[in-house]
Design a protein around this ligand. Structure first.
Ligand code: DQA
Length: 298
Protein backbone atom coordinates (compact mmCIF):
# COMPACT_ATOMS: atom_id res chain seq x y z
CA UNK A 1 0.00 0.00 0.00
CA UNK A 2 1.29 3.44 -0.90
CA UNK A 3 1.64 5.59 2.19
CA UNK A 4 0.13 9.05 2.00
CA UNK A 5 2.73 11.79 2.33
CA UNK A 6 1.32 14.50 4.55
CA UNK A 7 2.54 18.07 4.14
CA UNK A 8 4.78 18.99 7.12
CA UNK A 9 2.68 20.74 9.69
CA UNK A 10 3.98 24.16 10.59
CA UNK A 11 4.12 25.06 14.28
CA UNK A 12 4.97 28.59 15.45
CA UNK A 13 7.37 28.89 18.41
CA UNK A 14 7.12 32.41 19.76
CA UNK A 15 9.34 34.01 22.38
CA UNK A 16 8.38 37.33 23.91
CA UNK A 17 10.27 40.22 25.51
CA UNK A 18 13.71 39.72 27.06
CA UNK A 19 14.00 36.11 25.96
CA UNK A 20 16.64 37.21 23.43
CA UNK A 21 18.91 37.61 26.49
CA UNK A 22 18.60 33.97 27.58
CA UNK A 23 21.94 32.63 28.74
CA UNK A 24 22.96 35.90 30.39
CA UNK A 25 19.60 36.90 31.89
CA UNK A 26 19.23 35.58 35.47
CA UNK A 27 20.64 32.12 34.60
CA UNK A 28 19.71 30.85 38.07
CA UNK A 29 16.06 31.31 37.02
CA UNK A 30 16.09 30.81 33.27
CA UNK A 31 19.08 28.49 32.80
CA UNK A 32 22.34 28.82 30.90
CA UNK A 33 21.12 28.08 27.37
CA UNK A 34 21.01 30.95 24.88
CA UNK A 35 17.86 31.46 22.80
CA UNK A 36 19.66 29.94 19.79
CA UNK A 37 20.45 26.84 21.85
CA UNK A 38 16.87 26.61 23.10
CA UNK A 39 15.63 26.80 19.51
CA UNK A 40 18.16 24.15 18.41
CA UNK A 41 16.82 21.76 21.03
CA UNK A 42 13.23 22.46 20.00
CA UNK A 43 14.16 21.98 16.33
CA UNK A 44 15.77 18.58 17.07
CA UNK A 45 12.60 17.43 18.83
CA UNK A 46 10.36 18.94 16.12
CA UNK A 47 12.25 16.93 13.47
CA UNK A 48 11.44 13.71 15.35
CA UNK A 49 7.77 14.75 15.45
CA UNK A 50 7.90 15.49 11.70
CA UNK A 51 6.77 19.06 12.04
CA UNK A 52 8.12 22.25 10.52
CA UNK A 53 8.98 24.71 13.32
CA UNK A 54 9.05 28.46 12.70
CA UNK A 55 10.83 30.51 15.38
CA UNK A 56 10.18 34.13 16.26
CA UNK A 57 11.33 36.40 19.06
CA UNK A 58 10.37 40.00 19.65
CA UNK A 59 10.49 42.51 22.44
CA UNK A 60 7.48 44.29 20.94
CA UNK A 61 3.89 43.30 21.55
CA UNK A 62 2.67 44.59 18.16
CA UNK A 63 5.33 42.66 16.25
CA UNK A 64 4.24 39.42 17.91
CA UNK A 65 0.62 40.19 17.03
CA UNK A 66 1.61 40.96 13.40
CA UNK A 67 3.57 37.69 13.25
CA UNK A 68 0.53 35.74 14.45
CA UNK A 69 -1.69 37.43 11.86
CA UNK A 70 0.78 36.80 9.03
CA UNK A 71 1.11 33.10 9.79
CA UNK A 72 -2.46 32.37 10.82
CA UNK A 73 -3.46 30.60 7.63
CA UNK A 74 -0.53 28.29 7.05
CA UNK A 75 0.26 27.34 10.66
CA UNK A 76 -1.26 24.34 12.43
CA UNK A 77 -0.49 25.42 15.99
CA UNK A 78 1.38 27.69 18.37
CA UNK A 79 3.72 27.26 21.33
CA UNK A 80 4.22 30.63 22.98
CA UNK A 81 6.37 31.93 25.80
CA UNK A 82 5.07 35.48 25.89
CA UNK A 83 7.42 36.49 28.74
CA UNK A 84 5.98 39.26 30.90
CA UNK A 85 3.28 39.96 28.27
CA UNK A 86 1.67 36.75 29.59
CA UNK A 87 0.62 38.60 32.71
CA UNK A 88 -1.10 41.66 31.24
CA UNK A 89 -1.33 41.79 27.43
CA UNK A 90 -5.00 41.61 26.51
CA UNK A 91 -4.02 42.54 22.94
CA UNK A 92 -1.88 39.41 22.62
CA UNK A 93 -4.56 37.35 24.31
CA UNK A 94 -7.09 38.60 21.76
CA UNK A 95 -4.67 37.88 18.91
CA UNK A 96 -4.28 34.30 20.09
CA UNK A 97 -8.04 33.94 20.24
CA UNK A 98 -8.54 35.61 16.85
CA UNK A 99 -6.20 33.36 14.87
CA UNK A 100 -8.10 30.27 16.05
CA UNK A 101 -5.13 27.95 16.18
CA UNK A 102 -4.44 25.48 18.99
CA UNK A 103 -1.97 27.25 21.27
CA UNK A 104 -0.08 26.32 24.41
CA UNK A 105 1.40 28.83 26.85
CA UNK A 106 4.85 27.82 28.13
CA UNK A 107 7.39 29.23 30.59
CA UNK A 108 10.93 28.22 31.43
CA UNK A 109 10.55 29.10 35.11
CA UNK A 110 7.73 28.06 37.43
CA UNK A 111 5.61 31.21 37.37
CA UNK A 112 3.49 29.96 40.28
CA UNK A 113 6.46 29.88 42.64
CA UNK A 114 7.59 33.40 41.87
CA UNK A 115 6.25 36.92 42.49
CA UNK A 116 2.45 37.23 42.75
CA UNK A 117 2.15 39.26 39.51
CA UNK A 118 3.50 36.24 37.58
CA UNK A 119 0.79 33.94 38.90
CA UNK A 120 -1.74 35.64 36.64
CA UNK A 121 -1.90 34.71 32.97
CA UNK A 122 -4.33 36.61 30.78
CA UNK A 123 -3.78 34.12 27.95
CA UNK A 124 -4.35 30.91 29.83
CA UNK A 125 -8.05 30.72 28.95
CA UNK A 126 -7.40 30.99 25.20
CA UNK A 127 -4.69 28.29 25.32
CA UNK A 128 -5.07 24.51 25.51
CA UNK A 129 -2.68 24.33 28.46
CA UNK A 130 -0.09 26.20 30.48
CA UNK A 131 3.23 24.43 31.07
CA UNK A 132 5.75 26.10 33.30
CA UNK A 133 8.90 25.42 35.27
CA UNK A 134 10.50 22.73 33.13
CA UNK A 135 13.07 24.77 31.19
CA UNK A 136 13.27 23.72 27.52
CA UNK A 137 11.14 20.68 28.37
CA UNK A 138 8.20 23.12 28.74
CA UNK A 139 8.39 23.78 24.99
CA UNK A 140 8.64 20.07 24.12
CA UNK A 141 5.61 19.28 26.26
CA UNK A 142 3.82 22.30 24.77
CA UNK A 143 4.40 20.84 21.32
CA UNK A 144 3.08 17.46 22.49
CA UNK A 145 -0.13 19.10 23.69
CA UNK A 146 -0.61 20.83 20.31
CA UNK A 147 0.11 17.54 18.50
CA UNK A 148 -2.33 15.73 20.77
CA UNK A 149 -5.05 18.21 19.84
CA UNK A 150 -4.29 17.79 16.12
CA UNK A 151 -4.15 13.99 16.45
CA UNK A 152 -7.61 13.93 18.00
CA UNK A 153 -9.01 16.19 15.25
CA UNK A 154 -7.49 13.92 12.59
CA UNK A 155 -8.99 10.81 14.15
CA UNK A 156 -12.40 12.51 14.49
CA UNK A 157 -12.29 13.42 10.80
CA UNK A 158 -11.40 9.82 9.90
CA UNK A 159 -14.22 8.43 12.05
CA UNK A 160 -16.71 10.72 10.28
CA UNK A 161 -15.63 9.34 6.92
CA UNK A 162 -15.34 5.60 7.59
CA UNK A 163 -17.73 2.82 8.52
CA UNK A 164 -14.92 0.31 9.03
CA UNK A 165 -14.17 -0.55 12.63
CA UNK A 166 -10.97 -2.25 11.52
CA UNK A 167 -9.74 0.80 9.64
CA UNK A 168 -10.53 2.99 12.64
CA UNK A 169 -8.40 0.88 14.99
CA UNK A 170 -5.52 0.97 12.52
CA UNK A 171 -5.77 4.70 11.90
CA UNK A 172 -5.71 5.42 15.63
CA UNK A 173 -2.46 3.47 16.07
CA UNK A 174 -0.89 5.02 12.98
CA UNK A 175 -1.59 8.58 14.09
CA UNK A 176 -0.18 7.96 17.58
CA UNK A 177 2.97 6.24 16.36
CA UNK A 178 3.60 8.94 13.75
CA UNK A 179 3.19 11.99 16.00
CA UNK A 180 4.78 10.97 19.28
CA UNK A 181 8.40 9.81 18.99
CA UNK A 182 8.44 8.65 22.61
CA UNK A 183 5.63 6.16 21.83
CA UNK A 184 7.98 3.32 20.86
CA UNK A 185 5.25 0.68 20.69
CA UNK A 186 1.62 1.57 20.09
CA UNK A 187 -1.18 -0.92 19.67
CA UNK A 188 -4.79 -1.85 20.28
CA UNK A 189 -6.04 -4.90 22.14
CA UNK A 190 -9.67 -5.99 21.83
CA UNK A 191 -11.76 -7.73 24.46
CA UNK A 192 -12.72 -11.23 23.33
CA UNK A 193 -14.50 -13.15 26.09
CA UNK A 194 -12.15 -13.30 29.06
CA UNK A 195 -9.11 -12.27 27.02
CA UNK A 196 -7.51 -9.30 25.34
CA UNK A 197 -6.36 -10.04 21.82
CA UNK A 198 -3.98 -7.77 19.95
CA UNK A 199 -5.69 -6.18 16.94
CA UNK A 200 -2.85 -4.16 15.42
CA UNK A 201 0.33 -2.46 16.56
CA UNK A 202 3.41 -0.65 15.35
CA UNK A 203 6.70 -1.44 17.09
CA UNK A 204 8.73 -4.48 18.02
CA UNK A 205 6.89 -7.82 17.69
CA UNK A 206 5.17 -8.74 20.96
CA UNK A 207 4.89 -12.27 22.38
CA UNK A 208 1.74 -11.13 24.22
CA UNK A 209 -0.86 -11.45 21.49
CA UNK A 210 -3.48 -12.77 23.98
CA UNK A 211 -3.66 -11.56 27.59
CA UNK A 212 -6.20 -12.79 30.15
CA UNK A 213 -8.26 -9.90 31.58
CA UNK A 214 -6.84 -9.11 35.02
CA UNK A 215 -3.29 -10.10 34.07
CA UNK A 216 -0.47 -7.68 33.40
CA UNK A 217 -0.92 -3.91 33.19
CA UNK A 218 -3.03 -4.37 30.04
CA UNK A 219 -5.36 -6.81 31.77
CA UNK A 220 -5.56 -4.65 34.90
CA UNK A 221 -6.70 -1.54 33.00
CA UNK A 222 -9.70 -3.40 31.57
CA UNK A 223 -10.49 -5.17 34.86
CA UNK A 224 -10.35 -1.86 36.75
CA UNK A 225 -12.02 0.09 33.91
CA UNK A 226 -9.47 2.87 34.15
CA UNK A 227 -6.30 4.27 32.62
CA UNK A 228 -3.09 2.97 34.13
CA UNK A 229 0.21 4.82 33.86
CA UNK A 230 3.34 3.00 34.99
CA UNK A 231 6.39 5.26 35.24
CA UNK A 232 8.83 2.36 35.79
CA UNK A 233 7.61 -0.98 34.47
CA UNK A 234 10.48 -2.87 36.13
CA UNK A 235 9.24 -1.76 39.53
CA UNK A 236 5.67 -2.95 38.83
CA UNK A 237 5.03 -6.63 39.62
CA UNK A 238 2.07 -6.67 37.19
CA UNK A 239 4.29 -5.93 34.18
CA UNK A 240 4.46 -8.77 31.64
CA UNK A 241 7.97 -8.24 30.26
CA UNK A 242 8.18 -8.23 26.49
CA UNK A 243 11.10 -6.00 25.69
CA UNK A 244 14.10 -5.07 27.79
CA UNK A 245 13.98 -1.63 26.25
CA UNK A 246 10.50 -0.78 27.58
CA UNK A 247 10.73 1.53 30.59
CA UNK A 248 7.23 2.97 30.98
CA UNK A 249 3.70 2.24 29.81
CA UNK A 250 0.21 3.72 29.53
CA UNK A 251 -2.96 1.71 28.96
CA UNK A 252 -6.28 3.41 28.20
CA UNK A 253 -9.56 1.45 28.01
CA UNK A 254 -11.88 2.11 25.06
CA UNK A 255 -15.15 2.24 26.93
CA UNK A 256 -18.58 3.03 25.49
CA UNK A 257 -21.65 0.91 26.12
CA UNK A 258 -19.08 -1.77 26.94
CA UNK A 259 -15.31 -1.99 27.03
CA UNK A 260 -14.29 -2.75 23.46
CA UNK A 261 -10.58 -2.90 24.15
CA UNK A 262 -7.71 -0.59 24.98
CA UNK A 263 -4.93 1.55 23.62
CA UNK A 264 -1.57 0.31 24.89
CA UNK A 265 1.64 2.34 24.56
CA UNK A 266 5.17 1.50 25.65
CA UNK A 267 8.10 3.86 25.81
CA UNK A 268 11.85 3.33 26.03
CA UNK A 269 11.95 6.52 28.09
CA UNK A 270 11.38 6.15 31.86
CA UNK A 271 8.38 8.12 33.16
CA UNK A 272 7.42 9.13 29.63
CA UNK A 273 3.68 9.62 30.19
CA UNK A 274 2.26 12.79 31.70
CA UNK A 275 -1.23 14.06 32.31
CA UNK A 276 -1.47 15.54 28.81
CA UNK A 277 -0.71 12.09 27.31
CA UNK A 278 -3.50 10.69 29.45
CA UNK A 279 -5.89 13.45 28.34
CA UNK A 280 -5.15 13.03 24.63
CA UNK A 281 -5.38 9.24 24.75
CA UNK A 282 -8.54 9.23 26.87
CA UNK A 283 -10.15 11.74 24.47
CA UNK A 284 -9.20 9.59 21.47
CA UNK A 285 -10.44 6.44 23.23
CA UNK A 286 -13.74 8.24 23.91
CA UNK A 287 -14.11 9.15 20.23
CA UNK A 288 -13.34 5.56 19.25
CA UNK A 289 -15.90 4.26 21.77
CA UNK A 290 -18.58 6.63 20.43
CA UNK A 291 -17.88 5.41 16.90
CA UNK A 292 -17.94 1.75 18.01
CA UNK A 293 -21.24 2.28 19.85
CA UNK A 294 -22.70 3.65 16.59
CA UNK A 295 -21.36 0.81 14.47
CA UNK A 296 -22.44 -2.06 16.72
CA UNK A 297 -26.10 -2.99 17.20
CA UNK A 298 -27.44 -2.58 20.74
C1 DQA B 1 8.87 33.60 31.63
C2 DQA B 1 8.25 34.01 32.98
C3 DQA B 1 7.72 35.43 32.91
O1 DQA B 1 7.14 35.80 34.16
C4 DQA B 1 8.87 36.39 32.62
O2 DQA B 1 8.39 37.71 32.52
C5 DQA B 1 9.65 36.00 31.41
C6 DQA B 1 9.94 34.59 31.18
C7 DQA B 1 9.51 32.21 31.70
O3 DQA B 1 9.84 31.65 30.65
O4 DQA B 1 9.74 31.67 32.79
O5 DQA B 1 10.11 36.84 30.67
O6 DQA B 1 7.83 33.54 30.67
Amino acid sequence: MKSKILPMRRILFIHGPNLNLLGEREPEIYGHLTLAQVNEQIAAFAAKCQIDPVFFQSNHEGQIIDFLHEHRREAAGIVINAGALTHYSYALRDALESVQLPAVEVHLSDIHRREAFRHVSVMREVCLAQISGLGVESYRRGLEVVLGFLARKELQQFLRETKSVDAAYRQCVQILKRDFPKYDWAGIYLVEGEELVVHNYIGAPTPHTRIPIGQGICGAAVAEEQTIIVADVNADPRYLACSLETKSEIVVPIQGRRIYGEIDIDSHTPDAFHHHDRETLEDMALDMAGFLDEQTPK
